[in-house]
Design a protein around this ligand. Structure first.
Ligand code: HAM
Length: 428
């Protein structure tokens, strides 16, 4: 066996897993359409400064987890693989003048993100997110709409018992006073702080609430809560978000220590967890309002909110719950033949059927007919198209492998016959 391996923290999605991911992507795209989001693509890498400025230089994601690409020459730009999509989407919003479009602009991206984190269950260096952003809407109603859309995703994906953890983390009016309080609180516990957290006390005290260090649990839980320090405007916004959630029947749990790992957030912050799995690294998804980000990346002040749902973690949750694997559709028909050597006819007939939009495998191994049919049954093909002497008169035998019946069909009608059967049996 070769000693080559997929890089640490990445994994190959073999066809069955890819089918599971495709199913989730399908649900995401269907929801995006239903909720009025337009899908777009952004590059897999951006200038490092988009992330440093957008996400914040003193966040785990930027400080420790950014996949930096080595510049080719000394004077070339520094790039990094995208650790998330929001900063890139907002960069695109500004770059393409989307401020002049009818607001809000609702955009969605489905794809891989990259974080150079220590790999473990549910934490990968390449992982998939469904990201959805509503840019140009101050809320509060849209906040509830976004949170509700995420919940619907888990419901449609079949993940049971997902709960919403909700908080407001204030805005530029009330956060500074809170941060000062937080800083003096943690300063009075400085001896208990690990090295990294002690450094962050100066640069980004809010991050300490989100610390992954298990020794921090007690200090964090006794820290002052942002919810006790909200200004009137943030308080009113938060109350209205909750009222809208109540009205659409979305249950949530208020979580005063929820601050999120990225710096761009203001006001509404939320995460999705499976009940009983609220520990670090177990979030199925998360998001929030980022009213300052557009301006930070060079645009006009524009309020926005969005989320990203971790599709790998949803796949894991489904596996753990013993969910049925996503189905890969078998071919509708396999083209087999009495003359093992006549691969030309089999390829020609298969090609003809594929041209009609049918899912067909051509048996190209030169094996006896019996073996060819055996393989076709094993892969659950519905039909075998058998080429024999009748081909000279333009006919083939169409064998229904499920029903065990067989009849002669003119080659000219074959595609039509198969298409009709496919329709009534929901074949792909
Ligand atoms: P985030 O909380 O960093 O938010 O990531 C969202 C979700 O992505 C997480 O809840 C988790 O399910 C998944 N995830 C994150 N890191 C990993 C990893 N290493 N391996 C597997 N899954 C992972 C954001 O990314 C924000 N951009 C969300 C957002 C959009 N906020 C506003 N708009």
């Amino acid at each position: 066996m070769s000693s080559y391996r997929a890089p640490r923290g990445t994994r190959d999605l073999l066809p069955e897993s890819r089918a599971a991911l495709s199913r989730l992507e399908g649900i995401a795209r269907s929801l995006a359409v239903r909720y009025g989001y337009r899908e777009m693509e952004i590059p897999l890498f951006e200038q490092v400064s988009v992330f440093e400025r957008g996400i914040g230089p003193a966040t785990d994601v930027v400080e420790k987890e950014l996949f930096r690409l080595t510049p080719r020459t000394e004077d070339s730009e520094s790039w990094a693989l995208r650790p998330e999509a929001t900063a890139g989407i907002v960069r695109a919003y500004v770059q393409h003048g989307m401020q002049t479009w009818p607001q809000p602009v609702k955009l969605t991206v489905v794809g891989s993100m990259f974080r150079y984190d220590r790999p473990q269950a549910g934490r990968y260096r390449q992982f998939w997110q469904w990201d959805a952003e509503t840019i140009g809407d101050p809320g509060p109603a849209v906040d509830a709409e976004v949170i509700e859309m995420g919940r619907r995703f888990y419901a449609e994906a079949g993940v049971a018992d997902v709960q919403v953890l909700l908080n407001s983390i204030g805005d530029s009016a009330c956060r500074p006073a809170y941060l000062a309080r937080l800083k003096s609180y943690f300063a009075s516990h400085e001896a208990e702080l690990p090295e990294l957290e002690r450094r962050r006390l100066e640069t980004n005290p809010l991050r300490l609430l989100d610390s992954k260090d298990p020794t921090m649990t007690a200090v964090v839980s006794a820290a002052p809560k942002i919810s006790e320090c909200l200004c009137d405007a943030c308080e009113a916004h938060f109350a209205a978000v909750r009222a809208h959630l109540d009205a659409v029947g979305v249950p949530y749990r208020l979580e005063p220590t929820l601050v999120r790992g990225l710096d761009y957030y203001a006001r509404t912050a939320f995460e999705y967890y499976r009940r009983g799995a609220e520990g670090q690294q177990q979030a199925l998804g998360g998001g929030g309002r980022y009213d300052g980000l557009v301006e930070l990346l060079g645009g006009r002040p524009t309020q926005a909110i969005g989320f990203a749902l971790g599709l790998d973690r949803v796949m894991l949750a489904l596996d753990e719950a013993g969910a049925q694997p996503a189905r890969e559709a078998p071919p509708l028909a396999v083209v087999v033949g009495a003359d093992p050597a006549d691969t030309v006819s089999r390829l020609r007939v298969a090609s003809l059927l594929r041209g009609e939009g049918l899912s067909v495998r051509a048996e190209l191994a030169q094996r006896k007919l019996g073996r060819q049919l055996e393989t076709a049954s094993k892969e659950h093909a519905h039909f075998a198209v058998i080429l024999g002497d009748e081909l000279a008169e333009g006919n083939v035998q169409l064998k229904d492998l499920e029903a065990g019946t067989q009849r002669l069909v003119p080659l000219a009608d074959l595609a039509h016959e198969l298409a009709r059967a496919a329709k009534s049996h929901h074949h792909g």
